[in-house]
Ligand binder design. Structure first.
Ligand SMILES: [Zn+2]
Ligand SMILES: [Zn+2]
Length: 544
């Protein structure tokens, strides 16, 4: 089976915060899991390097847009590497490769009549002397009367055109925009209405998407799909490949989502492999992002793929709700955020991955608080899992000179491990990562209880045969727990695998080969709870 995984493209105009990681992490869990299961996996993403915010920032700093995108692209790569993300290809949207293939996609859709030309009235700022992209018109949402941007209302999720906003103004200078006539290209989404209705119905019937993706997509379909403008007057981006329109750019609606395809082509070019093995009806695809990105992946991208006649349309949509910070909405403008480069300076990537999974906003918003983060590390990772590994291996080092006792593993323990592989496998495939990790930690708690009840420290004096059995069972549990945890906690799993000299194995129970332990070190360090106050102080100080 082939598995295609597309992680959302981070916008290269500012650092990543924990909200981004919370919505992107499921992609890496899936990729690692399916690779362990020996499936063919292609996991791609990249930095979104086009668009007006980047040019505005570049102007403010007096540098070229590429200085900005280079800076953040490199920072994203560093952060993803440190967090253990295993993209097969992580690219960017300002490469010639991406531009060329997006233009080919545009021309194919134009050829098929799915993209057409139309004269429109567009918002224009006389003060800034430029047409304004939707996101640069702000005002009041005509539906819910809350403040909104010109493309979409964050409050009620209605998709808007800038001219529909009440009290609209230019985001750059604050003046009310005027309008001018200009010719643009439109994507005929309305002609795909029936096809997309069937597609969303199939996803709902088979429970392939998160509930938020189903309900939002059904709402758009019920309202009736509108044709969307796909060209823009923008300073940077992919030029429209039509004579006379070279100054206009292909808008992000088509351009950024096509990155999944262009990245797979890049992977093929760089590895000499064939990307068509990931673009056919036998492939299962996962698209991983936050809920603000749902329509791009549940309507627009499937529409483009259907228009091109490419399969598969997104099979699974893994669209998390939002992560709040200390019970308040994250805000990059107010600097109310935990920035990824910053947290990685002081904390282990596995602690971050653990917390963001066990506390994932899978079906409702979830909160990151420093208190819960540090408690969860100390009580679960260190207190339950790390402690079980450490006490078992230390005991073997002390009482058996590090030689792991060889015994047939107790059948009851084998059964538990066997069912854990099956259950967590099903849960991961269904994108229920939080529940999968909870199941693993149920077995961690069972393991600690087993150690306590067997009392190997007494057995070693009175009945050394049973003591050997206890420790062989415990090592078997450790090895398989670490293996099952690899998609979630790759760094600590790697440590355990090194200690027990475990080589590659697939997604099923395995025995540890005869091994002598050496250099047993704790998997995790305790975090001093006084750090909670320090972190809160730091957070409050940085906020404006
Ligand atoms: Zn609204
Ligand atoms: Zn303006």
């Amino acid at each position: 089976m082939s598995i295609f995984i597309g992680g959302a493209w981070a916008y290269a105009n500012g650092s990543l915060h924990l909200g981004h990681i919370s919505s992107l992490l499921p992609g890496d869990i899936l990729a690692r899991y399916y690779r362990l299961k020996r499936e063919q996996v292609l996991y791609v993403s990249g930095s979104d390097c086009n668009g007006t915010p980047i040019t505005i920032r570049a102007k403010q700093e007096g540098v070229s847009p590429k200085v900005i995108t280079d800076r953040f692209h490199q920072e994203f790569v560093d952060c993803f590497t440190k967090l253990g993300f295993t993209y097969d290809t992580y690219t960017r949207t300002d490469t010639d490769h991406h531009h060329k293939i997006v233009q080919e996609i545009f021309l194919q859709l134009l050829d098929k009549g799915l993209i057409y030309k139309k004269e429109i009235e567009q918002t224009y700022c006389e003060t800034c002397s430029q047409f304004l992209p939707e996101r640069y018109v702000e005002g009041i949402c005509p539906v819910c009367k809350e403040p909104s941007r010109g493309d979409q209302c964050d409050h009620c999720s209605t998709i808007l055109e800038p001219l529909e906003l009440l009290n609209s103004r230019c985001k750059i200078c604050g003046h009310p925009p005027t309008t001018r006539f200009t010719e643009h290209f439109y994507f005929s989404l309305s002609s795909l209405q029936d096809q997309l209705e069937n597609y969303v119905q199939h996803a709902e019937n088979n429970k392939l998407w998160r509930d938020n993706a189903i309900s939002l997509s059904k709402r758009y379909l019920k309202e009736g799909l509108q044709d969307r403008a796909v060209s823009r007057d923008l300073p940077i981006g992919v030029s429209v490949p039509v004579a006379g329109f070279e100054e206009k750019k292909i808008y992000v609606w088509i351009e950024a989502v096509s990155g999944y395809y262009t990245a797979s082509k890049l992977w093929a070019k760089e590895t000499g492999k064939d990307d068509s093995s990931f673009w056919n009806s036998a492939v299962t695809s996962y698209y991983v992002h936050g809920k603000d990105n749902i329509p791009f992946h549940s309507i627009i991208w499937p529409g483009i793929l259907a228009g091109l006649g490419k399969e598969p349309l997104p099979t699974h949509i893994v669209s998390n709700e939002y992560l709040t910070l200390e019970k308040k909405k994250l805000s990059t403008s107010k600097n109310w955020a935990v920035w990824v480069p910053d947290i990685l300076e002081r904390y282990d990537p596995d602690s971050i991955r653990y917390f963001l999974t066990i506390n994932a906003p899978e079906s409702r918003d979830a909160d990151f608080s420093w208190k819960e983060f540090i408690y969860s590390h100390n009580s679960e990772l260190l207190g339950a899992y790390g402690n079980f590994v450490n006490r078992t291996l230390k005991f073997i080092t002390k009482s058996f000179d590090g030689v792991i006792p060889e015994r047939a593993i107790s059948p009851a323990i084998q059964d538990k491990v066997q069912s854990l592989y099956e259950e967590t496998g099903c849960l991961i495939e269904a994108a229920s990562f939080k529940q999968a990790l909870e199941r693993v930690f149920e077995l961690v708690r069972f393991s600690n209880k087993y150690f306590d009840e067997q009392q190997p420290w007494k057995q070693v004096k009175e009945e050394s045969e049973s003591c050997g059995q206890t420790l062989a069972d415990c090592v078997y549990l450790i090895a398989n727990l670490a293996h099952i945890l690899t998609p979630f906690l790759p760094f600590s799993s790697e440590k355990v695998k090194n200690l027990l000299k475990i080589s590659e194995t697939s997604w099923k129970p395995f025995l540890v080969k005869p091994t002598v332990l050496s250099n047993v070190e704790p998997l995790f360090e305790r975090i001093d709870p006084t750090r909670i106050e320090e972190e809160l102080e730091r957070l409050n100080k940085q906020t404006v």
